[in-house]
Design a protein around this ligand. Structure first.
Ligand code: SF4
Length: 319
């Protein structure tokens, strides 16, 4: 909703023809249905995602928010999240969001480089992202800044700069999405005419890894890395080209651990590596890639879980 339909990577026709937009009175039914399946002790949020929520007419936005807010007031949900474009954030809009219990605002920043923004058809420059982030941070909202890798004119260095800017802008959370070429987009035309080259899976993993390493040194929550292939989002259907893999996040985290291990391990020495349980599989590597890499060099690594360690912390015991 409220989308200016200008971004080169977005299939405008598909969005407007495929999805029907639920009316405010319909979303209560959706919330009720989901509440029945979610354990009460979980933190539950209602999210208005897809499109630019704060760009819709004020009265309509309030009608949606009122429904979600009634669930916050009754204690059935704890928060309301939404995604929007940076150019749809003003103090007047934030007054409305504050009044109706919105807790988190995610901005599609995509890149902080003006040339990338221009070539991607975002319709604004970096200063707009900066200003919107500042306005959100002046209030009690969680700020999410989503980024895309491999947009037209983007490079590894520019993507890393975007990540550093997201940190500097005070984001609480981020999502990292490699760019995909979708049928019916301007980008598809650019791809076929040779003006645009999609990232390979290996490049996307490498870029995501570098960006991930910037975020993991901060308190920023990484809510998502990569898109999951869906039935629709498959090569030959909607997907024309681009890096997509069901285990994309695992591959990125394996690569992060490969760098950590390379830094920590003594050349040629067998070792026991202790890591926290939720990082164990990533440390071993996607399909055992990190363990196998050392095995091929004649080095045996034994990976064990140690709950005393925090994420990305490790203990190395050489033997
Ligand atoms: S990415 Fe968002 S703002 Fe851009 S065309 Fe698609 S829905 Fe609209």
């Amino acid at each position: 909703m409220a989308c200016p339909y200008q971004c080169v990577f977005c299939n405008q026709e598909k969005i407007s023809n495929t999805f029907s937009i639920p009316k405010p009175e319909e979303i209560a039914k959706t919330i009720d249905a989901y509440l029945e399946t979610i354990p009460k002790e979980r933190e539950i949020n209602v999210a208005f995602f897809g499109g630019s929520f704060t760009g819709i007419p004020k009265e309509e936005m309030i009608a949606y928010l009122k429904v979600a807010h009634s669930y916050v007031l009754s204690g059935q949900i704890q928060g309301i999240r939404l995604s929007t474009k940076p150019d749809y954030i003003t103090n007047e809009i934030l007054d409305v969001l504050e009044k109706y219990g919105v807790t988190a605002i995610e901005l599609g920043a995509q890149s902080t480089n003006n040339k990338v923004l221009l070539k991607s058809g975002r319709g604004h420059k970096f200063d707009v992202i900066e200003k919107a982030s500042k306005l959100i941070n002046e209030r009690n909202f969680e700020l999410g800044l989503q980024m895309m890798l491999g947009l037209p004119y983007d490079s590894l260095e520019l993507s890393m700069q975007t990540a550093r800017d997201i940190v500097r802008l005070g984001a609480d959370s981020t999502r990292i999405y490699p760019t995909l070429v979708i049928k019916g987009t301007v980008l598809e035309g650019m791809y076929h005419s040779g003006q645009y080259k999609a990232l390979s899976l290996e490049e996307a993993v490498e870029w995501s890894k570098e960006v991930y390493k910037i975020f993991m040194k901060t308190d920023i929550k990484i809510l998502r890395v990569g898109l999951h292939p869906s039935e629709e989002l498959e090569l030959g259907k909607s997907l024309v080209a681009g890096p997509i893999h069901p285990s994309f996040k695992e591959m990125v985290l394996s690569a992060v651990w490969a760098d950590i291990l390379a830094e920590m391990l003594q050349e040629g020495e067998n070792a026991t590596i202790s890591v926290t349980k939720n990082q164990l599989n990533y440390a071993i590597g996607f399909k055992g890639s990190n363990r196998n890499f050392y095995k091929e060099k004649g080095v045996d690594l034994l990976f064990v879980a140690d709950e005393k360690l925090s994420n990305f912390e490790l203990d190395v015991c050489c033997h």
